[in-house]
Ligand binder design. Structure first.
Ligand code: PFF
Length: 441
């Protein structure tokens, strides 16, 4: 057995975890989801779910990884016994399922990047042809394959040499770019209308709308990469001294800020160049059509912004994809004693095959996105039960060992036992209700 790798530094771990969290879910999913009706109510619910429900689960997921020093497949068994084996499988299956369609969207991102760079941006009347070329034909498979191969290369280079290195240069670049782009977007004539639509459009009824609740829970878990074992895998390479509560707060804070900034880029652009209806049109529409077509009217500046935005989105997606692949890879290494390369090749090939239906149909892709989000919440719920109720001693010992404040620990444990599982249970119930409702009525 090779010795278990460790992150070079706690900053490296934090950047890698933030790299997992910040991705297409923020840059594309967040503005799209926010535009589905909830407005400010969605945003408020989202932030509440992150701070109140997700944060304790994030810490618990990290403790699960660090205290067992095991992969997501094995960690639940080590801590709770054989009965908890299905939880590990849920993690592995969900991460493969998500990466399968995520890689397709990464492919569209790469395609839009190259299109913006070499061919320029589509005019409004060319939008239809642009969408067709983006989401159909062989270029989709090429993009999906390219994305998975790049992901595989980083993961096979290992925790320090691949994942940490990539996160260390790409995350600061990403933050810099996103801040610059949001400042630029603030200067557009439609900026205020965009903010109003996205941040300030308040309707109390939306707070109780099942769809808004489902979208807020799903988006929060997806965006934080929570409930799927990623943080188990990453924290298992982490040092016993690092203060997980603090790190979890930084990671979720960065992720939320990037999501909001992404909205502050997208909404002004769409409002300035295209108008309100445009952003809600479809899943693909929001980012991959509205943005390039809108930017086309700015000439060279628009082209530069598009190249920066889609380049940035691809790098953000890569650091997330890498974390998704690490779940099956570390599990195969742990469970069957395979070497890293074998595990990477096997997992990547399988994920490519699972992703083919999503590459062929936007509808299947959208369904995969909707339903896998339920898995994340189920995973989060199980983590609350395992760490909050079955393994409280291990949980307490691990957090006490890293000198986190007793007040913080008490708060987190209370939330983990009483608030998060109940809230996730309600969220899951409402989400399933919202999804089956159209079929029933
Ligand atoms: N959190 C990443 C994003 O927002 O794009 C991607 C992701 C990773 C989503 C892991 C879901 C997940 F379970």
């Amino acid at each position: 057995m090779e010795a278990r790798e460790q992150w070079r530094s706690s900053l490296g771990f934090m950047l890698a975890a933030a790299g997992s969290a910040v991705g297409l879910g923020n840059l594309w999913g967040f503005p799209y989801t926010a535009s589905q009706g909830g407005g400010a109510a969605f945003l408020l619910l989202y932030v509440l779910v992150v701070l109140v429900v997700c944060l304790p689960v994030l810490v618990a997921e990290m403790v699960l990884g660090r205290s067992t020093e095991s992969s997501p497949l094995i960690a639940p068994i080590k801590i709770g016994g054989r009965l908890w084996q299905p939880m590990g499988w849920i993690f592995v299956i969900a991460s493969c399922g998500i990466l399968a369609f995520y890689a397709v969207v990464m492919g569209w991102t790469a395609d839009t990047f190259f299109h913006s760079l070499f061919l320029g941006l589509p005019k409004p009347e060319e939008a239809g042809a642009f969408v067709t070329s983006l989401s159909t034909g062989s270029s989709v498979f090429l993009g999906q394959l390219l994305s998975l191969v790049l992901t595989a290369v980083v993961v096979s280079a290992g925790v320090r040499g691949g994942i940490e290195k990539l996160a260390k240069w790409s995350m600061p670049l990403l933050f810099g770019l996103i801040v610059i782009l949001s400042i630029w977007a603030a200067t557009l004539p439609g900026a205020w209308a965009g903010y109003k639509e996205f941040l300030l459009d308040w309707n109390l009824d939306e707070l109780f709308n099942p769809k808004t609740i489902r979208l807020a829970f799903g988006q929060a878990f997806f965006s934080l990469s929570l409930g799927i074992g990623i943080m188990v895998a990453y924290a298992s390479y982490s040092n016993k001294k690092s203060q997980l509560p603090k790190e979890a707060l930084v990671i979720s804070g960065m992720d939320t800020i990037v999501g909001i900034l992404a909205g502050m880029i997208t909404f002004p652009i769409v409002m300035t160049f295209l108008g309100q209806g445009e952003i809600q049109k479809s899943f693909v529409q929001t980012l991959f059509i509205s943005l390039p077509t809108g930017l086309n009217s700015l000439g060279l500046t628009g082209q530069i912004v598009a190249v920066l935005f889609f380049g940035l989105a691809f790098i953000a997606a890569l650091t997330s994809a890498v974390s998704l692949l690490e779940v099956p890879v570390s599990s195969l290494i742990d469970r069957f004693g395979w070497n890293r390369n074998q595990a990477v090749i096997f997992s990547t090939s399988l994920i490519f095959l699972i992703g083919i239906p999503a590459a062929l149909s936007d509808k299947i892709l959208e369904d995969m996105d909707t339903y896998t989000k339920l898995f994340l919440q189920l995973g989060g719920f199980l983590i609350c039960i395992l760490m909050g109720w079955f393994s409280t001693r291990k949980y307490d010992e691990d957090l006490a060992g890293c000198n986190s404040k007793i007040r913080v620990r008490r708060y987190l444990k209370f939330m983990l036992r009483w608030v998060s599982p109940i809230a996730i249970g309600v969220g899951l119930y409402v989400s399933v209700f919202d999804l089956v409702k159209p079929a029933v009525t």
